[in-house]
Ligand binder design. Sequence first.
Ligand SMILES: *Cc1c(COP(=O)(O)O)cnc(C)c1O
Length: 403
Amino acid sequence: MSATELLQDRYGASMMLTYGVPPVALARGQGCTVWDVDGNSYLDLIGGIAVSALGHAHPAIIEAVSRQVGTLAHVSNLFLHERQVELAERLIGLLGTDGRVFLANSGTEANEAALKLVRKAQGPDRPVVVAAEHGFHGRTMGALSVTGKASIREPFGPFGVQATFVPYGDPAALRSAVGADTAAVFLEPTLGEGGIVPAPPGYLKAAREACDEAGALLVLDEIQSGIGRTGEWFAHQKEGVRPDVFTLAKGLGGGLPIGACIGFGRCGSALSKGDHGSTFGGNPVACAAALAVLDTIDKENLLARVKSVGEHLATGIEAIGHPLIAGVRGSGLWLAIALSGTAGTAVAATAQRHGFLVNAVQPDAVRLAPPLILSTAEADSFIAALPGILAAASVVLVGQEGG
Ligand SMILES: *Cc1c(COP(=O)(O)O)cnc(C)c1O
């Protein structure tokens, strides 16, 4: 038995199998490379699902986290510490001056804060949140209630939030769903879990207008799209649309768990003392990691790099012209290889055998969300290997059809 198989057996016997038993057991990482417990190496093109913004074992994160954990690891929110204030100031500086920040530990918690904020700001006469089909906002009961994937939502209803779902990217459907009972519209600027599906141009602007006309709030979930993923600090900045509330997590901590809910204008002060809280939220170690991420993106000019390496990667994949590839979606280092059939799982499993970690985000789409430090040479190594991966996956698929 390999070390991986032994660990998988222990996992299978001791863990709740909410993720099944994962195929790879990782032991360590360096830059964009990770190694499994049997010593096999992989180019990490999924980055812990758009989380490991600076790759693995980045010196800036090691330094910031080690220093903080050796100084003060936790204070609770009975007390403040400078790192959380610094982080809030940095985020506000990137976004606009009238924002206020609530710090949480994860994406779903950032969205729970947003939902409570919306309820408090809008009152009980506006019980409805309009959200998108195929949208994803998290697994806790509030965030799940506005998640547009019925198979993961419906087994857990009824919910305390009344959600209405509209097809993503259709401004007319959105306009007709938003009315006097709408508290907020909850959207991702690009569907992440839905398969890296960017909103059509003008969609966010139409959402902003529909909200303004109806007195609803616009909440943008940038948990996956934010922190440089698309080559902008935040994806909505390209559209020139300002949300009322905005959530972040994934890439923010570069691997340390942290989430943020940011309210602008009256939304920044809708939650008052006693309205919300989290023992770990704004933890000094997680804040120190987030500050290191923001500093490094700045210092190493990573936004420009994300754009250029991302374009190089997308162009290179498209140029392969394999019949399994229907196209490439997304921007920056956040791409979906759209497949001509439901080959996602076969392609991801084959890529893994060839030394590349990717993710079948949908049955017909493979997601790439590598560290923002991915080099052109690393991108090229995947482009060079992809024809072989697709050929091997095709053999697997033909075998499945035959059997
Ligand atoms: C991942 C994700 C979440 C949930 O984040 P967790 O940290 O897993 O709770 C919410 N919204 C979007 C857009 C995400 O991609």
